[in-house]
Write a new protein. Structure first.
Length: 154
């Protein structure tokens, strides 16, 4: 038995979280650390992304990049993903993963079932964040044609 002296009416109950729906999200990296792989034969960079806006603001998504692994293809994929993240946050030569933190970027999240049939989020792409203002400006820009492709030049 443990003496609690706790009043549950004063604290909001915790709520379980379902995976985020597959979509693109504005996020920032809020934590990162190197962790050993399950077999202990390598290391992976674990990244915590926090959603910055919309209905899911504050929710977390995690990704793991196997930067040291016995399978060269796994390392190649992880380095390509890390490069995409670096380009998205415009930090091309980070010395520490903390240099990638708190810079907005867009991630594409998919839903994937594990062996037990449970649905989990998986980060599939990383891109530079384009502000809504810049996107609207680009969408409204007039189409330009060079002379070779313009229909009136034929």
């Amino acid at each position: 038995m443990a003496l609690l002296n706790f009043d549950a009416s004063q604290v909001d109950p915790s709520v379980g979280f379902d995976p985020l729906p597959a979509d693109k999200y504005l996020v920032e990296i809020t934590a990162s650390e190197m962790k050993p792989t399950k077999t202990g034969s390598g290391e992976m960079l674990q990244l915590e992304f926090t959603v910055l806006d919309g209905e899911y603001k504050g929710r977390k998504v995690w990704d793991r990049l196997c930067l040291r692994h016995s399978t060269p293809k796994a390392v190649e994929i992880a380095k390509a993903n890390l490069s995409a993240i670096c380009h998205a946050v415009n930090v091309l030569k980070p010395q520490d993963s903390a240099q990638l933190h708190h810079i907005p970027l867009t991630i594409t999240v998919k839903c994937k079932a594990d062996e037990a049939g449970e649905i989990h989020n998986e980060v599939r792409a990383y891109a530079k964040y384009e502000s809504q203002y810049k996107q609207a400006e680009t969408e409204q820009a007039p189409q330009t044609h060079d002379d070779e492709t313009a229909p009136w030049s034929r």
